[in-house]
Design a protein around this ligand. Structure first.
Ligand SMILES: C[S@@+](CC[C@H](N)C(=O)[O-])C[C@H]1O[C@@H](n2cnc3c(N)ncnc32)[C@H](O)[C@@H]1O
Length: 254
C-alpha cells in the first residue's frame, strides 16, 4: 500500500545550496549561517570522506561544532575526460540525500563561492531529478572569488555603463582574447591557473596588463595576491582568479 504521508513529506523537503565564499570564514553571510544552523543536515563535497573539503573547512572557521556529512565527489579536472566519473559521483551523492529528503528534511549543501556560478550544486540537483526526486530547491548567494580579489586589491571592477565578462581559461585562452576585444569591458578569468602566463601575455599585447591582478587560494593559509605582471612564468593553482579592470580609467582605490 502506498504510504499516504510520503507525498506530504516530500513536499516539506527542502534542498538549499549555500555559498560559503572563496576561503575566508569572514565572507560567510548571515543568511548562510542562518541556514546552516537551522537545516536538519549539512552536507559538504569532499574528495575522501576521511578529510574535510574546502567548503567544510570554511564553515568550521565560523561554526566549529556544526555536524557536517561529507559526500565524496570526483574532483578530477574538468576537460580531462573525467565527465563520466564526475556524473557517477553526482549520482552517488544524490542517492545519499534521497532518504533524508524523502523524510521531509531540510538539507543544506555547502559550496565554494556562490552556488550559481560554476558550482557542483546544479549537477547535484540534476542527479536528484534523474533519480526521480521532485522537491523544493533554493540557493543562498555567496561572495565569489572575483569579488574577494577585487576587494583585496582595491580594484574597482565596474563603473557607469561598463560591462563585465566572466570567462574560463581551463584549456586555452580564446575566451579571454574574445573578451578583451571590448576595452570598456572588465574581464574576470576563472579556472585559468594552468594558463596564467599566456593570459598575462595576451593582456600585455592588448595594453591591459596594468591593473590586472591574480589571486591564488584566496582566504586560505597559503593565499597569494599579486599584480599579474609580477606573477612569474609558471602555472598557478586551480584555485586562481584574474581580474582585469576596463581600459582607460583608474581601476584602483589605492
Ligand atoms: C568551480 S569554480 C567555483 C567558483 C565559485 N562558485 C565562485 O562563485 O567563485 C572554481 C574557480 O573559481 C575560482 N576560485 C574559487 N575559489 C577561489 C579561491 N579561494 N581563490 C582563487 N580563486 C578561486 C578559481 O578561478 C577556480 O578555478
Amino acid at each position: 500500500m502506498a504510504d499516504p504521508g510520503a507525498a506530504r513529506r516530500s513536499e516539506e523537503a527542502l534542498l538549499t545550496g549555500v555559498g560559503v565564499g572563496p576561503g575566508d570564514p569572514g565572507h560567510l553571510t548571515l543568511g548562510a549561517l542562518r541556514v546552516l544552523e537551522h537545516a536538519d543536515r549539512v552536507v559538504a563535497p569532499t574528495t575522501t570522506e576521511g578529510s574535510a573539503g574546502r567548503a567544510e573547512s570554511i564553515v568550521r572557521g565560523a561554526l566549529p561544532d556544526l555536524v557536517v556529512d561529507r559526500l565524496p565527489f570526483d574532483m578530477s579536472p574538468e576537460g580531462a575526460g573525467g565527465a563520466a566519473a564526475r556524473a557517477a559521483s553526482h549520482l552517488a551523492a544524490a542517492r545519499r540525500l534521497v532518504p533524508w529528503l524523502s523524510e521531509g528534511r531540510h538539507v543544506a549543501f555547502i559550496t565554494l563561492g556562490d552556488p550559481n556560478i560554476y558550482s557542483t550544486f546544479p549537477s547535484l540537483v540534476a542527479a536528484l531529478l534523474e533519480l526521480g526526486w521532485r522537491g523544493r530547491v533554493e540557493t543562498v548567494p555567496g561572495i565569489t572569488a572575483f569579488q574577494a580579489l577585487a576587494a583585496a586589491t582595491g580594484t574597482v571592477l565596474l563603473d557607469g555603463t561598463e560591462s563585465l565578462s566572466l570567462v574560463t581559461a581551463l584549456e586555452g585562452t580564446s575566451d579571454v582574447e574574445h573578451a578583451l576585444e571590448d576595452p570598456e569591458r572588465a574581464v574576470v578569468v576563472y579556472k585559468g591557473g594552468r594558463n596564467v602566463a599566456a593570459v598575462a601575455q595576451l593582456l600585455a599585447a592588448a595594453g591591459r596588463l596594468d591593473g590586472a591582478v591574480l589571486g591564488e587560494r584566496l582566504g586560505l593559509d597559503d593565499e597569494r595576491v599579486v599584480a599579474l605582471g609580477e606573477a612569474g612564468e609558471g602555472p598557478a593553482s586551480y584555485l586562481a582568479t584574474v581580474v582585469v579592470p576596463p581600459a582607460g580609467r583608474a581601476g584602483s582605490l589605492r
